[in-house]
Design a protein around this ligand. Structure first.
Ligand SMILES: *Cc1c(COP(=O)(O)O)cnc(C)c1O
Length: 224
């Protein structure tokens, strides 16, 4: 029997087409939505095919893991942007500024100071998203909504380039209201970028204005 000559669709191509479809439904240009491929816990063999297929923005959540993996991977392609999406300890600010191109987890005053000093020392300024604890959850990273105005003022005073706001909404609840609230907060503060949406909810996030979706398992499979 003749097999039809159909190429299997790669997870990357599928995520890209879902992003484009969600953007079009929302009346947005798909090019306004950056895909950050979250490669935490993934070995180089899993990451290289995405680089070969043209993916250029990757995200990691631990400085030490990224330092071990990415210098070699970057030799595969010089034009890769690396984003930090996990909590950053102040004593790792120098390493983070040296390695990453964007930080999604600026969430407290002490880190504003540490990052500003690290950026001064390195002579490079990285765009940062301020992470908001949008569901007011005790265990979650992110600044409280009430402290956001002061933190933004402090970051601006320290000359940290602000990319926008980032959130991880509570698990197992409809995320729409949380995305809508983050969009309003960004609007109130004159910020254009919205880092929101993960494998389970990136289409919803795009409807609500996401400019950066952080997608891991939909690209690489379930994490162990
Ligand atoms: C792991 C992680 C993601 C990706 O999660 P998936 O559900 O695998 O898409 C996104 N954002 C942050 C902050 C993460 O830690």
């Amino acid at each position: 029997m003749n097999q039809p000559d159909v190429q299997p669709v790669s997870p990357l191509a599928e995520v890209q087409s879902r992003i484009a479809a969600a953007a079009r439904i929302a009346g947005r240009d798909p090019a306004e939505v950056a895909l950050v491929a979250i490669s935490k816990t993934r070995p180089a063999e899993a990451i290289l095919p995405l680089i070969a297929a043209g993916q250029r923005i990757f995200g990691e959540n631990r400085v030490a893991e990224a330092e071990a993996k990415w210098p070699a991977l970057r030799e595969a392609h010089g034009d890769i942007a690396l984003h930090l999406v996990g909590q950053l300890q102040s004593n790792k600010a120098d390493e983070a500024v040296a390695l990453f191109d964007c930080i999604h987890s600026l969430d407290r005053s002490s880190l504003v100071g540490a990052l500003a000093r690290a950026m001064d020392k390195a002579g490079r300024r990285l765009p940062c998203f301020v992470q908001v604890n949008i569901g007011d959850e005790a265990q979650k990273g992110g600044c409280a909504i009430a402290t956001l105005p002061a933190l933004l003022a402090e970051a601006r005073g320290a000359d940290i380039p602000l990319a926008g706001l980032m959130c991880v909404p509570p698990l197992d609840i409809e995320p729409t209201p949380f995305f809508a609230l983050l969009d309003k907060l960004a609007d109130d503060h004159g910020l254009a970028g919205l880092s929101m949406g993960m494998s389970g909810d990136f289409e919803t996030a795009i409807q609500l204005g996401a400019t950066h979706v952080r997608v891991g398992s939909a690209l690489f499979g379930a994490r162990a």
